[in-house]
Design a protein around this ligand. Structure first.
Ligand code: NAP
Length: 315
């Protein structure tokens, strides 16, 4: 039987590369990976070519390039990168291009990497948290959640994949423990005593592979994934073991976090408040056992620390 091609948007990125590598690691699975990138000559794209993946160029802002890149594919993993432009309108336009291209190319299974439209739980007039950019509470969530409808409207067979906070943010996003005034290490997070649904970024793509393998059983379904649900104090304790010295947890107030001043601090502050205030909704939608069935190699936080703890910046 012919192999089923999975076109992987963001195949050079955190989410998509996990899927590409999972497919490459199982040459007998009946699936084949096609990486979609804007630059097939980049180091990451060339490494994937060398590892055996097909690599094609397309741009999320150019629907025709996506139609060509999806041609002949059985499946498409679709992700947008909000943080590159920080425009919810552009993220939605890119998602619409993905849905249109999947429809035009006759893709039989789309996995759309999405997040909640938080306005379902916290409407704009609710002043517990500020409204941002006039129309959003958590712009990088709301835009993705609003874009879910494009896939339904395009009539493409879709699984909505609810992703979650990457533990890899401790390596790349400045979220590592910092030295406090007393010289001790402090893990600061605006989560109060609530649990954070976290995941190793690589497991997102691996779970998506499980969904493509499951096929029809997942079409029309929403699947929420996580590696573990942990409080800030539990994460600090595991971080202390990994870093070889005690780490204390500080629950930063949401307003303080929003005022930190880095680009997107207000968006992230609202996101953490959503995680906290609607904790049952958020963690409840992310099923660790289902994630492990989709991806038996799923990392717990300690597994992830064993693998990547050495890359956490030290202060
Ligand atoms: P990433 O590692 O930063 O990589 C971005 C990927 O997107 C690259 O593969 C890039 O491909 C591709 N890309 C970006 N713009 C493109 C365009 N115009 N056309 C074609 N490809 C484009 O990204 P990621 O972490 O996998 O995914 C980012 C998304 O994850 C964001 O929207 C974010 O909101 C969401 N998310 C993040 C977290 C977290 O904790 N950090 C949690 C849940 C969800 P090339 O550069 O090769 O073209």
């Amino acid at each position: 039987m012919a192999e089923k091609v999975i076109a992987v948007v963001g195949g050079t990125g955190s989410q998509g590369s996990g899927l590409v590598r999972a497919i490459l690691d199982r040459p007998d699975s009946g699936f084949r990976a096609r990486v979609i990138t804007r630059d097939a000559t980049s180091k990451k794209a060339q490494a994937l070519t060398a590892a055996g993946a097909e690599v094609v160029q397309a741009d999320l802002d150019d629907v025709d390039s996506l139609i060509a890149a999806f041609a002949g594919a059985h499946g498409a993993f679709c992700v947008t990168n909000y943080w590159e432009h920080m425009s919810p309108e552009r993220e939605m336009a890119q998602a619409k291009n993905l849905a249109t291209a999947a429809c035009e190319a006759g893709v039989r299974h789309v996995v759309w990497s999405t997040l909640e439209d938080t306005r379902r739980w916290i409407p704009l007039e609710d002043d517990r948290m500020p409204t941002l950019m006039e129309h959003f509470k958590v712009p990088h969530f709301d835009a993705k959640g609003q874009a879910d409808a494009f896939f339904a409207e395009a009539g493409v067979p879709t699984t909505l994949l609810l992703t979650t906070f990457y533990w890899d943010n401790l390596v790349h996003f400045g979220m590592e423990p910092q030295r406090g005034d007393d010289g001790g290490l402090v893990f600061a997070l605006p989560m109060g005593d609530a649990k954070l649904a976290g995941i190793a970024a690589v497991d997102i793509g691996r779970c998506a592979f499980g969904i493509f393998k499951g096929g029809d059983a997942f079409i029309g379904k929403t699947v929420g994934i996580a590696g573990e649900h942990l409080t800030g104090a539990e994460m600090a304790s595991a971080l202390g073991e990994a870093l070889g010295e005690p780490v204390s947890y500080v629950a930063v107030p949401f307003d303080t976090y929003r005022s930190f001043g880095f680009p997107g601090a207000d968006d992230m502050g609202n996101m953490f408040q959503f995680y906290h205030d609607f904790n049952d909704v958020f963690t409840g939608a992310r099923d660790v056992e289902l994630s492990r069935r989709l991806n038996p190699e799923l990392h717990s936080f300690r597994d992830w620390l064993d693998e990547r703890g050495g890359e956490i910046p030290r202060h």
